[in-house]
Design a protein. Sequence first.
Length: 396
Amino acid sequence: MLQIAVTGKPNVGKSSFFNSATSSKVEMANYPFTTIDANKAVAHVVTDCPCAELDLTCNPRNSKCVDGKRFIPIELIDVAGLVPGAHEGKGLGNKFLDDLRQAKVFIHVIDASGSTDVEGRPVDAGTHDPLEDIEFLENEIIMWMYGILSKNWTRLIRKIEAEKLDISKVIHEQLSGTGIAIEHIIEAKRPINPDYFKWEKKELIELVSNLLRIAKPMLIIANKADLPSSEENIKRMKEKYPNLIPASAESELALINASKVGLIDYKPGDASFNILKEEELNDNQKKALEYIKTNILEKYGGTGVQKALNAAIFDLLNMIAVYPVEDEHKLTDQKGNILPDAILIEKDSIPRDLAYMVHTDIGDKFMHAIDAKTNMRIASDFKLSNGDIISIITHG
Ligand SMILES: Nc1nc2c(ncn2[C@@H]2O[C@H](COP(=O)(O)OP(=O)(O)OP(=O)(O)O)[C@@H](O)[C@H]2O)c(=O)[nH]1
Ligand SMILES: [Mg+2]
């Protein structure tokens, strides 16, 4: 399953974000290094389910559908906090950084309120500038990957020369286990001096920065947006990082918990909620809900948690959800389930790519595909888009 890593310095709310997105109960506390061992669980990205526009009732198998919204599973990993110097082992950094290897995209959680110092220790709200945290973390991740790439570099270069090997392939092998594709490496090294025998630290770092930008993009989440000192910081940071998403993991947890016990009507991603059992709420709960409504939902259009997951997959990784079916008339699988599976695939993929995502065997036996919304056969270079329902015709 596609993995998103939740990363950042200690004590910013990574585990709170993780718990709110996955309904897990890992420990959260106001001191650094509460989390040591990485936690993994399933979260969901949400998109419009085609069942709504087609006026159908679907029977999802690999995902869920709630009120015409399709919730598609992804894996979230919550890791230990990183401090400056992590790539040199500070704060157990090397071990912690290796937990990020598999991730396709990073959600970088920062404490927008400035109430934790650079190593995550609580300080007076507003006394630390969270902008500094964005820069140091990016640098740590670059230096970590540089460490992996540059290991035995001189020996590797000699080997490439002696055995006439392809540099991209060798780099690909060196970075195996990071999910970085050879195409990413080819693209990342394009702007760098082609004479790789002359590459030094500067060129390798440039290569790694390009690679990370292409292959493992990072989304910044300004968490603790509910605290008063966050507002000014968010405004200021947005000028430099316009894609930054303000969030309040703590508010999302509160809303989800209230919704689970039936006090309110709320689902992840909603920008509002309805109180269902006013009489069962005590004064503190009423105040808390009112606070979240005015200071988070109305101000930022949601708690930011679901928005962040969606942005990571649909915007940063440029993915779309496509629905393979076996019966293009009934839009079902063999067992009669309507729109059973939602598959996350890169935008502009072609039908054969989808066939391979469904199963290697289906990919190998691919003949052509049918757009099940129009019942028309589609070209082999047809570019899939979000919400497409596709029937794959195979031979044999
Ligand atoms: N006000 C506010 N506090 C939050 C929010 N999210 C988390 N916190 C608090 O921040 C502190 C740290 O939360 P954690 O989720 O443990 O943070 P972490 O980043 O996982 O910390 P480490 O595991 O130590 O790296 C806790 O006291 C949380 O209650 C939020 O959205 N708003
Ligand atoms: Mg934690």
